[in-house]
Unconditional design. Structure first.
Length: 140
């Protein structure tokens, strides 16, 4: 995904979170893509500013993460400390707690994969969660 396409996805995400219209780009997640069975996304409570991310097979947990942090974890083209032009100010300041769990069958299957393959599958499932929960839309 090029920087311009990622920027378009971020604008769509920003608009959907703040109720500023519907994104128009096609979603790259297909109906057959693996998805987390349960996803919880909440605004973080004030307190500790330390961010924590973990992803054992079949789970993804990020606490005190930003939208930029979620994008970094979901899309390999997003690089840390590389600004995305036009990203809303809150994308790197509002913090979220995200907990996601795959179904038991997917979790068992993931345990038999290499760590790299597990992470790629987790990224795909996180992309689907962003599309569902934040109405993120991307296109190629």
């Amino acid at each position: 995904m090029t920087a311009a396409l990622l920027l378009a996805a971020c604008f769509a995400l920003a608009a959907s979170i703040h109720g500023q219209g519907k994104p128009t780009a096609a979603n790259t997640i297909t109906p057959n893509s693996p998805k987390f069975e349960v996803v919880s996304v909440k605004l973080s409570k004030l307190g500790c500013d330390n961010m924590m991310v973990s992803s054992p097979p079949g789970r993804f947990s990020a606490h005190r993460t930003t939208l930029l942090g979620l994008l970094f974890n979901a899309y390999p083209t997003v690089k840390p400390n590389v600004p995305i032009p036009g990203l809303p100010d809150w994308a790197n300041s509002e913090r979220f707690d995200v907990d996601a769990k795959a179904d038991d069958e997917t979790t068992v299957a993931m345990e038999n994969l290499s760590r790299e393959a597990q992470w790629k599958l987790t990224q795909t499932m996180l992309q689907a969660a962003l599309a569902e929960r934040f109405k993120l839309r991307t296109h190629n």
